[in-house]
Write a protein that binds this ligand. Structure first.
Ligand code: GDP
Length: 143
């Protein structure tokens, strides 16, 4: 197992439902460290850039509209196998298919409003972290 960092976003639905604390707790309960975190309001351009891989998909416009509809909380999670571990904690993209006990099963309403984002691979994690955080915003543990 290797120590990895991954980007996590608590999306506008979950922030609006006051579930930020409960979601962050799930990461810490599974030994992921929150080494950076901030609440931001995404601009249309920032959301479009983040999801540019989906720009030709039929759901792209509604995805961008949703992601800019309210504040999000972005964080960097660090730990053993953090990328896949976070994906397991999140659950399937469609909450109707998410396993019991996952964030999406418990907090998401639909595939369009599915509570959280998490990087899916080492390379995308690096790109996504750099999309939101400067190096000096990542706070490694000292105790
Ligand atoms: P994720 O990594 O599990 O978030 O999934 P993707 O990166 O594949 O997709 C990004 C986001 O686009 C998802 O979280 C969904 O909100 C949305 N999305 C993905 N696939 C679909 C789809 O087939 N229909 C709709 N309406 N939204 C989708």
């Amino acid at each position: 197992m290797s120590v990895e960092k991954t980007l996590s976003i608590i999306k506008p639905d979950a922030v609006g439902d006051n579930n930020v604390g409960k979601i962050l707790q799930r990461f810490e309960d599974k030994n992921l460290e929150i080494v950076a975190s901030k609440m931001i309001r995404l601009s249309k351009e920032k959301a479009e850039g983040f999801y540019s891989i989906h720009k030709d998909k039929p759901f792209f416009n509604s995805l961008v509209k949703f992601m800019t509809s309210g504040p999000v909380v972005v964080q960097v999670l660090k730990g053993d196998n953090a990328i896949m571990k976070n994906r397991e904690i999140m659950g399937a993209t469609n909450p109707a298919e998410a396993n019991e006990g996952t964030i999406r099963k418990d907090f998401a309403k639909s595939i369009d409003e599915n509570a959280v984002h998490g990087s899916d691979a080492l390379e995308t994690a690096k790109i996504e972290i750099e999309y939101f955080f400067e190096n000096d915003e990542i706070c490694e543990r000292t105790k």
